[in-house]
Every structure is written in C-alpha cells, then in structure tokens.
Design a protein around this ligand. Structure first.
Ligand SMILES: *Cc1c(COP(=O)(O)O)cnc(C)c1O
Length: 419
C-alpha cells in the first residue's frame, strides 16, 4: 500500500498534513477483527466509531447490499421514491415512540443535526415565534463538525475558538453532573431552569445527547435530566431535540437512550450504527406537530438523500438487531466490562472508571498524547482511539466473552506500563 502517498496527500480525521500521524493500513475486516496489511489482526474495540454493531463483512448485510446493487444503487429522491426508503421509514417509526411520525433521510450525523436545527427554526418562524433565534444546550456536547452542529458542540473542547467569528451564539449550561445511577437533586438543573425561564422567548429548541455525551466528554448522566428538561420545554414552549447519533440502536442497553427515561423528544437524530457501519446515512424523526407546523417547503434536500443502497443495508441491519438477542448481549458486555475494568480505578493516573451498556470509559486526571499507548495496544492486537483524557471502548455487540477479556486485559496491562 502506498502509505507515503497517504501521509503526503490524504487528510485523516482531525489531522494536519504538516504533521502526519501514524495510520495503520487495513486490507479487510471480518467479524470483530480488522486485518492489517502486515498480517496482524486487531479486535476493533471502537466498532469504527460506534457504527459496526454486528461486526464486519456480515453475510446478511452483504447480501442486502448486493441485492439492492443489482436493482439500483441510487436514484434521486426528488420526485422519485423506492422500496428501501419506505421500508426503512416504516421500521424507524415502528421501533421509536408512536408520537414520532415523520422521517427525513440525510447523509451523515452532522447533516442530521443541521436538518434538525433548521426544522426546529422553520417550525418556530412559521408559528410566528419570530423572537426565537438561538438554541440552548449543555457543555461537553458533541454534535458534528459542520457549522450549525459545531455551534452547539462544547465551547472549550469543540472548535469554537478557531471559528468563533463565524459561529452563531447559543446558550450553554454546565454539563449534566448527576451520574447515571446517582440520586437526583433539583440543584442539578438549577442553571438550566434559570436559562430557560429567562430566555425561553428567544430559544428555538434545546438540543443534547440523552444519557451519554459522546465525543465531547464521554459523560453518563441520570435519566431524571431528560424528564426534567422535557417538562420545562413543555412549560415554556421550547422544542426538544435529542441527538442519538451515537447512542441509538442498543448501545446504552435500551434501543434508544431516551427510553431510559420514558420521555420523547420533538425531533430525534439518528446516524452512526443506523446502517450497521456499512455506509453513511442518517435520519431525523419528528413528531407530527413539527411536521404539520412546517407548512411551506422544508428547504433541505441532499443529492444522495435516502440512497437506496444505504437504506437497504440499514433496513437489514435493524432487522438483524431486532432478531438477535441484543439486549442480553449488551447487558452481558456491561457486566463483564464493569467487573474486568474495575482494577484500573486504583491506578494513580485514573480519575474514574464507568460503564453503561456496551460503553466503557477510563478517564484520566489529565489529557495525554495517546500515540504510544495506541501502538502498544496494536501490538497486543486491539484497536482503540483514545483522546484527551479519555480512554474508551464500545465493542461490536457480537463480541465473545474471551475476546472482550482480551480487550480489558490489554487495556489494564498497557495502562500499568504508563505508571
Ligand atoms: C458522530 C456524531 C455526530 C456527527 O456524525 P457524523 O456522521 O460524523 O457527521 C453527531 N452527534 C453525535 C452525538 C455523534 O456521536
């Protein structure tokens, strides 16, 4: 493989071409394994950034792609429709709350967030709520890399400082501080409540990631927040958007994280594992109220909207998930991660170890350069991609106990080498 070309000319996520970072050539992938060009096999403890829940090269998903490929890989969605989009739309409405009733297909998570923000804004403007012009969100959030999405990402760990002149100003309150199982106290929501009481007339919507804040800090928090925020949004007539791009499709132990709290957003963003990691696709679901409140054309329409290949593989992935014993698998992964990672709590560099569903986080006291750590993990046959002070894993749901033990042992040994 011409890795010199790669280093000289290809941008990778969050890199500079002036300081190329190490990249590992992959030839193929199968089940939970990445097959490197040098013959080594790595367990993908990242599920390719939350996506690959069923593992790679899955016969059922491959067959769905091939079947669709032989019919048509793409047609425009403007004025045309097709069975894969209709089937996937029906599935998404069937597995989410019955009040969610309309679907917009977009190309990626960031675009789903843009679409959700635009829909919320257009809804408000068409209701004559013309004073509304900004969003309310929590710090430590991550919603994507495009301008609208970036503007609601954490203002410190996000990219605000580089683009502040170009970003719309929104309202941020402190990230949820009450842990997932911690007892709820009203003071946790005091700042949020104050902001919504004072500024609701100018707030289009509240947007955040339910239960698990992902790339903005890997923070897990109490379902009580969702209930409290929902009731404040209802009281002050503010829309509620949940970004479940990372948490959707079983990752937290529920099919959707909002189900931990039995509250439903007005707008729901899905992406990442929607296609089982096969292709880029996202979906924005809305309640009827929002869809009906947008009486003029909603001005968004990606070229590859509802791409048939992506919709077909997404439909197959959802079927596969629902037919599998996913909930028990995720619970088993959770129990094993909790048990096997606990020893790391006593490591001097470690601040916290937390697990929810098929997500484990080892948080250090200080951020560090992880390149040597990553290399040592690769030598042990495990693929991880820690950032800042966060070492985290979210394996495919098909992982076997012995394979998961290989991940946790490798993490523990490699962490101990850091002392
Ligand atoms: C990854 C992610 C996004 C952005 O999705 P892309 O497909 O990378 O654009 C948005 N929100 C959350 C919560 C995510 O985890």
């Amino acid at each position: 493989m011409d890795t010199q070309f790669d280093q000289a000319h290809l941008w990778h996520p969050y890199t500079s071409l002036t300081k190329p970072t190490k990249t590992y050539p992959v030839d193929s992938a199968e089940g939970i394994y990445l097959n490197l060009s040098d013959g080594r096999q790595l367990i993908d403890a990242m599920s390719s950034w939350w996506c690959c829940i069923h593992g790679y090269n899955h016969p059922v998903l491959n067959a769905a792609v091939v079947k669709q490929l032989n019919q048509m890989s793409h047609v425009m969605f403007g004025g045309l429709t097709h069975q894969p989009a209709i089937e996937l739309g029906k599935q998404l409405l069937a597995i989410t709350d019955e009040s969610l009733d309309a679907v917009f297909f977009a190309d990626s998570g960031s675009v789903a967030v843009e679409v959700a923000m635009k829909m919320a804004a257009q809804y408000c403007f068409e209701q004559g709520l013309s004073k509304k012009h900004r969003f309310l969100t929590f710090s430590k959030g991550y919603h994507g890399d495009t301008f609208g999405a970036m503007s609601v990402c954490d203002p410190h760990t996000g990219m605000h400082h580089k683009f502040s002149k170009l970003l719309h100003q929104h309202i941020f309150v402190q990230a949820p501080e009450c842990g997932f199982e911690q007892a709820w106290e009203q003071r946790y929501l005091a700042e949020f409540e104050q902001q919504i009481v004072e500024h609701h007339e100018s707030i289009i919507a509240v947007i955040f990631e339910p239960i698990v804040q992902g790339a903005g800090g890997m923070n897990f928090y109490s379902p009580a927040y969702l209930q409290q925020v929902r009731s404040l949004c209802d009281r002050y007539d503010v829309l509620l958007i949940f970004d479940e791009i990372a948490t959707g499709f079983g990752r937290t132990g529920k099919l959707f994280a909002y189900q931990h709290a039995a509250v439903v957003p007005d707008i729901l963003c899905l992406g990442k594992s929607l296609t089982g990691g096969y292709m880029t696709l996202s979906a924005v679901l809305t309640q009827r109220k929002v869809a009906d409140g947008i009486g003029t054309a909603f001005m968004h329409g990606p070229t590859f909207m509802a791409n048939p290949l992506a919709c077909a593989v997404a439909a197959a992935s959802i079927r596969l998930l629902l037919e599998s014993d996913w909930q028990n698998k995720v619970m088993r992964i959770e129990r094993q991660l909790l048990k096997e990672l606990e020893v790391n709590r006593h490591h001097p560099l470690v601040k916290d170890v937390r697990v929810l569903g098929a997500i484990a986080v080892i948080e250090l006291h200080e951020p560090m350069d992880w390149s040597a750590f990553q290399e040592a993990m690769v030598d042990r046959g495990v693929w991880v991609r820690p950032f800042m002070q966060l070492l985290y894993v979210m394996p495919p749901f098909i992982i076997e106990p012995a394979e998961l033990t290989h991940i946790t042992q490798s993490l523990t040994i490699t962490l101990n080498e850091l002392k």
